[in-house]
Design a protein around this ligand. Structure first.
Ligand code: FAD
Length: 329
């Protein structure tokens, strides 16, 4: 089977990996910027089932987190590189209502524990070194015969002779006419990379109104994030990022002045309007759009990539959860 995938972020790479694991195919990835050139390359690396202001447990969280965790461990085992910390993530509720939600979580869900007065440990939480994950996952795809062409694709008709073409282009899908049939919105996000001038007391990431995600080396962390609905440029704007992010961090990390900001990165989240479920749109027989991860890219990319790979291999779209599947003509 000849398969083309547009986009080498979390979605495109995980899909490539599962397609090559299911069977032999002639697989080409196209990306205008290379591996992790979109939002995946700058993501802070937080993976847990309770993102968002309300902290509700996400749809199919257990299956999704399990699939990503298995893939992360497989990448670590195959490459011998440490790409994630599986030590849990701390959640600090910001008000009484959230406190009640988290107390309720700790009673209902096995992966939430009250550890101090107002701090909860999400034991299933993982902090991923996204750059290393993408690089090493790509290495495994290449090892199985996947090929990468650094080129911008402007429409499905640019690619001929493929049995399936999957557009996993993140924010880049907006340029494809097929995306007009999908209702999604774009939100710019920025993160700050910082270095702690005094050692952290706890090496786990913390989420509250903002978040502090532990980075690839001791003392390095990522502070986030902004949620900019109205933006004129996708480029980082450090002044805006510092103005929006640092006050959120100061509310739960009083030593914020002990953090030296190193750099600022930006990306665009693509999310379905009215819901957070991702999108797998099928334009039969052979075109697909795989997107809409919003802030849950790490949670859902592997779970849905596996389902989509199975659907492509078996020719049975019922392998894809109906909540995310849409068929469009
Ligand atoms: C600031 C910020 C922080 C975040 N932090 C987290 C986090 O901690 N945890 C989490 O789970 N999620 C996080 N997210 C969300 C996460 O980054 C996204 O959900 C995820 O990266 C989406 O992956 P993707 O593969 O769909 O898209 P992308 O990663 O954007 O990949 C799309 C790829 O397609 C390529 N492309 C686009 N158009 C074309 C074209 N026409 N031709 C060729 N190539 C093309 C791009 O170069 C890019 O490499 C964050 C997002 C932002 C903005």
């Amino acid at each position: 089977m000849r398969i083309a995938i547009i986009g080498a972020g979390f979605c495109g790479l995980a899909l490539s990996y599962f397609l090559l694991r299911f069977g032999k195919s002639d697989l080409t990835l196209f990306d205008s910027k290379g591996i992790g050139g979109g939002a995946s390359g700058i993501a802070a690396g937080l993976l847990h089932p309770y993102p968002g202001e309300q902290g509700r447990r996400s749809w199919r969280a257990s299956e999704a987190i399990e699939t990503t965790a298995a893939l992360l461990r497989e990448v670590e085992m195959t490459t011998g590189k440490k790409i994630a910390s599986f030590e849990g993530i701390i959640s600090l509720p910001q008000n009484e209502e959230q406190m009640l939600t988290w107390i309720n979580h700790s009673q209902r869900f096995k992966d939430v524990e009250l550890i101090e007065g107002n701090a909860f440990l999400i034991t299933s939480g993982i902090t991923v070194n996204c750059q290393a994950y993408l690089r090493n996952l790509w290495g495994m795809v290449a090892e199985r015969g996947g090929c990468l062409i650094k080129r911008s694709i402007n429409s499905f008709s640019d690619l001929e002779g493929y049995d399936h073409i999957v557009l996993a282009g993140g924010n880049g899908i907006a340029h494809f006419p097929e995306s007009e049939k999908l209702r999604f919105r774009q939100t710019k996000g920025q993160v700050l990379k910082a270095e702690a001038l005094t050692p952290f007391q706890d090496e786990r990431s913390t989420v509250s109104k903002g978040y502090l995600a532990k980075g690839e080396a001791p003392g390095i962390c990522y502070l986030g994030a902004t949620y900019e609905r109205l933006f004129t440029s996708v480029e980082p704007d450090r002044a805006i990022a510092e103005r929006e992010i640092l006050p959120k961090i100061a509310r739960f990390f009083p030593d914020v002045d002990q953090l030296r900001i190193i750099s600022c990165s930006s990306g665009v989240r693509v999310a379905r309007i009215g819901h957070y479920y991702p999108i797998i749109a099928h334009f039969p027989p052979s075109k697909w759009v795989f997107t809409g991860m919003g802030s849950r890219g790490l949670l859902y990319h592997a779970y849905l990539a596996q389902a989509l790979a199975e659907a492509i291999y078996t020719g049975n779209a019922a392998k894809i959860p109906s909540e995310v599947y849409t068929q469009t003509v």
